[in-house]
Ligand binder design. Structure first.
Ligand code: ADP
Length: 640
């Protein structure tokens, strides 16, 4: 493994740590070297100054001993006092010592100059000792003075100059050392700049490298993810390192490989599914074709059987015993049941085979519902169940196959009546919002368990599938109804609560708004039915009111009306029905409306006012209505 491979295999945190350590070492090392260099320069300079300052002092002392000696000799030869000679000797001895010190502390480059000065100094002292002092002692002061002035003094001045020269050289050496120190310091500072610069450069290179080593795998992963989101599951990313990113890249590659395999499996499963679905469709088509042919073939003899049974049942010559009459009735009933089942199967088969054709026309759905309710009235009455229509419309046009929609409604009403207890109410509610017409059939019957709600639309499904079941039926009605509504482009749904009742709703698209022209139907001839008109502000009270009215066991057609003209239009179509006019509280406008109704019908008009009436108000209403309705616990006489 070479160094690059080893570096690549390091975890990210170690890479960061190593890079940080390297930069720190570089910066720290550089600063340490620099520091030492500067210290060395200062120390060298210090040494030179430390050596030079005592040397200069010594040179000054040398100068002073020269002066002292020549002075004492001068005093000695002018005064003759021995004490000056003694002082000369002392100064001479001190001068020796100082000269020795000077020699010792001399730097190598000064040594020659100092030695020359010492020899000269000795020569000069010899002149004083041999040519001045003995001449004076031999009583020749004049000559002594002459030698002192002409020889010794100029020589002393020369010596002083030599010392001065030595001092000057020393000072120059100090200056040079200072100069060198400044230059060294400057060089060190420059080196410092270079060290800092190099450290910064390295830090920059390392941070660029580290950021690249983080962003590169991220970008590569991002590209991979993008390709995968576009459905390319062959996307793989390069595993450039063995660190955490390397692990993530490997995991990504494994994941995309897994997904690619999964997608391939799914694709194959899809192909199999499609093949199977095509096979299933084909067998459904064949089954439907078979059923259609069979149903058709069965219908012809069955119609014959029913026809002949009916002929027998009529018994024109009165030859059948009561028991035989009963048999023929049973044959007819069973035959009709079988025929309706065969018809349903035939319809379903046609729909499944895609051969069912709707005969669409524009018709008034309010009228269609009303006439259907009339058709179901006898059956409802048998079970002591009241049928109620609730709608805000007097007429509503739809474009659909009227017979089929009626068939659906008949089936829903049939079920609602079948599964409702006696003395309950089955309501048909008709609503319209935007372009959708909703028809709801609401009962308070046995209801359906939640988990069975989907299944009831399956063919031949009956919630109570036991042999000894309580309700008749084939289990085909809802399946066919749903298919018929869907064939119209609509939908059907159910909401139900076990033991509390069910609501079956179907939705159709409407082709026109509410129409004011009331459309005649002429099917209704149920003398017992009631036309109930109520105002919008009575809507919230209506459910309670309709429960009460239900006790009368009369078919109820209820309408929300907004104007008296709407009510008059409806009455004109159904002049044979009694009328109930329900409002929440007394208002003169209602009296006016009642007057208008009174003028257009001979049938009874009942007024219902929720809030208690004052005597005067009751009087006003009684002038136009036949009676004011009120409900007590048992109030069947209210409509009399
Ligand atoms: P059936 O001829 O049995 O009524 P349907 O297809 O019309 O066949 O209904 C299927 C099953 O759905 C019924 O057997 C019944 O269990 C359930 N069902 C339908 N309508 C109602 C309802 N209004 N209340 C309770 N159960 C219902």
């Amino acid at each position: 493994m070479n160094i690059i491979e080893r570096w690549n295999s390091l975890p990210l945190r170690f890479k960061f740590f190593n890079v940080f350590l390297a930069i720190m070492l570089l910066a720290g090392g550089g600063m340490f070297i620099l520091d030492n260099q500067l210290l060395q320069v200062v120390r060298n300079n210090d040494k030179i100054i430390n050596q030079s300052v005592p040397n200069l002092t010594t040179q000054l002392q040398v100068k002073s001993t020269i002066m002292e000696r020549i002075n004492y000799v001068t005093l000695y030869i002018t005064t003759g006092k021995e004490e000056f000679r003694a002082k000369f000797e002392e100064a001479s001895a001190r001068a020796r010592k100082i000269e020795d010190q000077l020699k010792e502390s001399a730097l190598p480059n000064e040594k020659a100059g100092i030695e020359k000065f010492i020899i000269d100094s000795e020569d000069w002292e010899i002149i004083l000792r041999n040519q001045v002092i003995p001449v004076y002692q031999r009583n020749n002061p004049k000559d002594a003075m002459n030698t002192l002035n002409e020889k010794a003094q100029p020589f002393a001045i020369q010596l002083m100059n030599e010392v001065e020269e030595l001092s000057q050289r020393k000072i120059q050496a100090i200056n040079e050392s200072n100069q060198k120190m400044f230059e060294d310091a400057r060089t060190s500072v420059h080196v410092g700049y270079v060290v800092i610069g190099v450290t910064l450069l390295l830090a920059l290179v390392f941070s660029y490298y580290m950021s690249r080593s983080i962003t590169r795998p991220i970008l590569s992963l991002l590209r991979g993810v993008r390709r995968m989101t576009q459905g390319d599951f062959t996307a793989r990313v390069t595993v450039a390192s063995q660190d955490e990113w390397g692990e993530v890249s490997k995991a990504f590659n494994q994941m995309s490989l897994g997904i690619a395999n999964l997608v391939e499996e799914l694709r194959q499963a899809n192909v199999r599914l499609r093949e199977e679905s095509e096979r299933a469709q084909e067998s459904t088509r064949l089954k439907s074709e078979f059923l259609a042919t069979m149903s058709h073939e069965l219908r012809t003899p069955l119609t014959g059987i029913i026809g002949f049974a009916e002929l027998m049942h009529e018994d024109a010559e009165n030859r059948l015993s009561p028991a035989q009459k009963n048999f023929t009735r049973n044959i007819i009933k069973a035959g009709e049941h079988l025929l309706s089942m065969i018809n349903d199967i035939l319809d379903l088969s046609k729909i499944e085979a895609g051969k069912y054709e709707l005969e669409t026309t524009s018709f008034d759905i309010v009228e269609m519902i009303r006439s259907t309710l009339v058709m179901m009235q006898a059956k409802a009455k048998q079970q002591d169940i009241a049928l109620v229509l609730e709608t805000a419309y007097s007429s509503l046009e739809v474009h659909a196959d009227k017979t089929r929609i009626r068939q659906v409604l008949l089936n829903l009403l049939g079920n609602a009546i079948k599964f409702s207890p006696a003395q309950s109410q089955v309501r048909v509610v008709l609503e319209q919002s935007e372009d959708v017409i909703t028809v709801r059939v609401i009962d308070k019957g046995i209801g359906i368990e939640e988990d069975k709600l989907e299944r009831i639309f399956e063919q031949f499904y009956q919630n109570d599938g036991s042999l000894e079941r309580n309700y008749e039926g084939t289990g085909l009605g809802l399946a066919l109804s749903k298919q018929l509504i869907e064939l119209h482009g609509g939908s059907m749904e159910v909401k139900s609560e076990l033991g509390r009742g069910s609501t079956f709703s179907f939705y159709l698209s409407s082709c026109s708004e509410k129409t004011t022209d009331y459309c005649a139907c002429g099917i209704m001839n149920e003398q017992d039915a009631l036309l109930v008109f109520y105002t919008k502000d009575f809507m919230s009270l209506f459910p309670y009111f309709s429960q009460k009215i239900n006790k009368e066991n009369r078919t109820v057609f209820s309408f929300v009306i907004e104007s008296k003209q709407e009510a008059i239009n409806i009455i004109e179509q159904y002049p044979e029905y009694d009328i109930v006019f329900a409002v929440p509280s007394f208002c003169p406008a209602y009296v006016e409306m009642l007057e208008a109704l009174r003028k257009c019908t001979q049938r009874k008009i009942f007024a219902y006012i929720e809030h208690p009436l004052r005597l005067v108000e009751r009087g006003q209403i009684m002038r136009v209505a036949d009676s004011v309705l009120s409900f007590s616990e048992n109030s069947p006489a209210a409509f009399k």
